[in-house]
Design a binder for this molecule. Structure first.
Ligand SMILES: NC(=O)c1ccc[n+]([C@@H]2O[C@H](COP(=O)([O-])OP(=O)(O)OC[C@H]3O[C@@H](n4cnc5c(N)ncnc54)[C@H](OP(=O)(O)O)[C@@H]3O)[C@@H](O)[C@H]2O)c1
Length: 245
């Protein structure tokens, strides 16, 4: 099992009784989020392409490829059966190449995972959120985008294009979801110490970066907002990251 070695402190956020679907649940931010949600009393349906060996009380892990409609359909069906009330679109991949080196294959790897994946999983659960609204309940959706969903840099064309697109989808969905009681939040982390872009968690140069648990707690904050409040956006950075980058 891939997992963070960092232990969790008790969460001040109450998500007991909630049923939360999390994509990209096997490592990094997603795995920290699954642990934090389960520790705070939520039931979690977690998906990733490789979920072998993953076990945690309060969580069910299912194979999920967010780029594949059939896989997404099976995941969404299991989440509906469990009574899902919240979705966290977290699955994502990184790619940092100058424009002249971006191939169509790399374009599809990144855009299909980060953009199409967000659309497919969201779309598969909107009927559930609408049905909950008809019964008088609100639902929640959190998209883990990035601080670069609104700025870019050399070598960032493809990744930031995917994150700008996720931000646009998030904001459009917030407009649409207003009519069916869906509270939509964009969480925009700066540098986080995970397995992102083929790196390893715990590398020395990332010691002062955000921990996946920091992003998990921000997500719990958004999910546990009282019914009369909506957290539209959270932008968080490690202290060492200059605000200009
Ligand atoms: N790390 C950072 O500095 C940082 C900063 C800002 C935003 N983010 C965003 O945070 C999110 C999580 O990234 P992370 O840093 O936690 O990376 P990570 O440690 O590499 O974890 C990525 C997760 O996504 C899953 N995943 C990848 N492709 C998938 C697919 N096609 N279908 C389903 N699951 C898939 C992976 O599992 P499998 O490979 O088994 O599928 C894994 O569970 C991403 O959206 C990323 O863009 C990261």
């Amino acid at each position: 099992m891939t997992s963070s070695a960092t232990s969790l402190t008790a969460s001040p956020f109450d998500v007991s009784g909630r049923v939360v679907a999390v994509t990209g649940a096997s490592k990094g931010i997603g795995w920290a989020l699954v642990q934090a949600l389960a520790a705070a009393g939520a039931t979690v349906i977690g998906g990733a392409r490789d979920v072998s060996g993953l076990t945690l009380p309060g969580a069910t892990f299912l194979p999920l490829d967010v780029t594949d409609e059939t896989s997404v359909g099976a995941f969404a069906e299991a989440a509906k059966q469990a009574g899902v009330d919240s979705l966290v679109n977290n699955a994502g991949v990184g790619s940092f190449l100058p424009v002249q080196d971006i191939t169509p294959a790399e374009y599809h790897r990144v855009m299909d995972t980060n953009v199409l994946g967000t659309l497919l999983v969201t779309r598969a659960l909107i009927g559930q959120f609408q049905a909950r609204h008809a019964r008088g309940h609100t639902s929640s959706l959190v998209n883990i985008t990035s601080d670069v969903s609104g700025r870019t840099f050399a070598g960032g064309a493809l990744y930031t294009a995917s994150k700008y697109a996720q931000r646009a989808i998030t904001q459009a969905l917030a407009h649409e979801g207003h009519s069916y009681g869906l509270r939509v939040t964009e969480i925009r982390p700066g540098m986080v110490d995970t397995y992102f872009a083929d790196s390893q968690q715990g590398e020395a140069h990332k010691a002062a970066w955000l921990r996946p648990e920091d992003v998990a707690q921000a997500t719990l904050y958004a999910l546990s907002a009282p019914a009369h409040a909506r957290i539209d956006e959270i932008l968080l950075h490690p202290t060492v990251q200059d605000v200009a980058f």
